[in-house]
Design a protein around this ligand. Structure first.
Ligand code: SF4
Length: 450
């Protein structure tokens, strides 16, 4: 017979899960059962003193079979694995409750250099809201600025849609999805380049071009960002595309492959894949090809870029116990975590990841950069940038400045996330220094706005 709920350890586990990572209710209870079984299985295996991660994980999998033999209680993804949030919550409980005997449980909790922590309840609330607002075409989704980079008006007018040319064009846009240039601007410049030099986008032809020729064309269309590096990758990746996929990126996706296989085909590793393509670019390419209907939809994790990270961190979908002294929270770990979290939302809510990604991305791309707290100045702009030493500084906030009041009114003042958004994440430090620097978001009093 169990104690009252308040004294029941299982009940307190579920309460803590809910409070700390936002996994509550029925799922929290089931995860609590899974982790209690996991602990019992470790004891049954005579492994109470072990810290061998392989043993702990095999105990976890056995405990899952015992807790959910018909795979109906713990939600699963397309591969039949527990969803990211269920797995994260089970790991979190074990690490919290048993770190003295099994310190290695901590390794199952990715925290990255800045002590990150997911909040699944906020993820659900915020994405639910943004998807509803976008569906209803309310602010900011009706604005031109909320257009996606691959919107028809940003694509080359003469590009034939639905075939290999279309897929190769999208593959080549990925070189410019790593900062340095805004996505919409990159699409427009590449479109203009395509209209003048379509052969550059034909892998069979591009593989034999010289780096100087490619770089010269990129630079002529304003695509100077890392153009020496990009031009070399462009040529070598065209060669690899021809060698392995007959010049057609759609063939990378042949065979209804899972995410691990997709990564092994795209990632530049051990002589396979494409130069400059790691997890983010694999997600970017699958997003563009799925979004334009060139390959079938599958629940591959979708790209997390500056905009998705900005909305997520500003609204506490992920929080940080140890941001850097200058507020920087950027790391590969947080991008990985958010990719998994948004995929989890899609799986658990039966919503396409394309819709999730578009709703979150467009909000930031359309309006966050207009609010005064996200504006940084670059006094020597006319002289060009000098990498990380480029001089930049934040706009001084003045609540009484009518211009700033208008800027705030037309951005945060209308934003569906105004109440939950806590932090500024300006784009300039990201594009200049590769840093995601957070600072408290200052709210302009409502009575000054209208
Ligand atoms: S409140 Fe402002 S900064 Fe925050 S998400 Fe909305 S527009 Fe962006």
């Amino acid at each position: 017979m169990s104690d009252s709920p308040e004294k029941d350890p299982a009940h307190s586990d579920v309460m803590r899960l809910d409070r700390e990572v936002g996994v509550g209710g029925e799922l929290g209870r089931r995860v609590g059962e899974w982790s209690a079984t996991w602990h019992r299985v470790i004891a049954d295996m005579g492994a109470t003193d072990t810290d061998d991660l392989d043993v702990l994980i095999s105990a976890r999998d056995e405990a899952l079979k015992q807790t959910d033999p018909h795979e109906k209680l713990i939600p699963r993804d397309d591969n039949g694995s527990p969803t990211f949030r269920a797995q994260y919550a089970a790991h979190w409980l074990m690490a919290e409750n048993h770190h003295h005997t099994h310190p290695n449980f901590q390794q199952l909790i990715p925290t990255g250099p800045h002590g990150m922590r997911p909040h699944f309840d906020r993820l659900d609330a915020i994405v639910d809201k943004l998807i509803a607002e976008r569906k209803a075409e309310r602010f900011p989704y009706h604005l031109d600025e909320a257009q996606l980079p691959q919107a028809p008006q940003n694509m080359p007018p003469s590009l034939e849609r639905g075939g290999v040319e279309h897929a190769m064009f999208l593959m080549n846009t990925c070189y410019y999805m790593r900062g340095g240039i805004k996505s919409v601007a990159a699409f427009r410049s590449l479109s203009a380049l395509y209209e003048q030099q379509p052969d550059l986008f034909d892998a069979h032809r591009a593989q034999s071009m010289s780096p100087d020729f490619v770089q010269g064309h990129l630079a002529a269309f304003g695509l100077n960002y890392k153009s020496a590096e990009v031009s070399k990758s462009w040529i070598e990746n065209s060669r690899r595309m021809v060698e392995t996929y007959d010049g057609d990126p759609r063939k990378i996706f042949r065979g209804d492959i899972d995410y691990d296989e997709l990564l092994s085909r795209i990632r530049n590793q051990d002589g396979r894949g494409f130069i400059g393509f790691q997890k983010k670019m694999a997600s970017m390419l699958s997003y563009y090809l799925m979004s334009d209907g060139l390959v079938p939809y599958r629940d591959y994790p979708l790209p997390v870029d500056f905009h998705v990270l900005r909305v997520s961190a500003a609204n506490g979908i992920v929080t940080f116990d140890r941001p850097a002294e200058n507020g920087n929270i950027l790391s590969d770990d947080v991008l990985d975590m958010l990719r998994e979290m948004y995929r989890d939302y899609s799986v658990t809510h039966n919503v396409s990841q394309l819709d999730v990604c578009d709703a979150v991305w467009s909000l930031s791309a359309a309006v966050c950069g207009k609010q005064p707290g996200n504006i940084w100045l670059e006094p020597d702009k006319a002289n060009g940038r000098s990498g990380r030493s480029t001089l930049i500084h934040p706009l001084k906030i003045d609540l009484n400045d009518p211009r700033q009041q208008r800027m705030y009114r037309d951005s945060c003042g209308l934003c569906p996330l105004e109440e939950t958004c806590q932090t500024n994440y300006p784009s300039k430090p990201y594009y200049v220094a590769g840093e995601m620097r957070g600072s408290p978001r200052i709210r302009f009093p409502k009575d000054t706005l209208f």
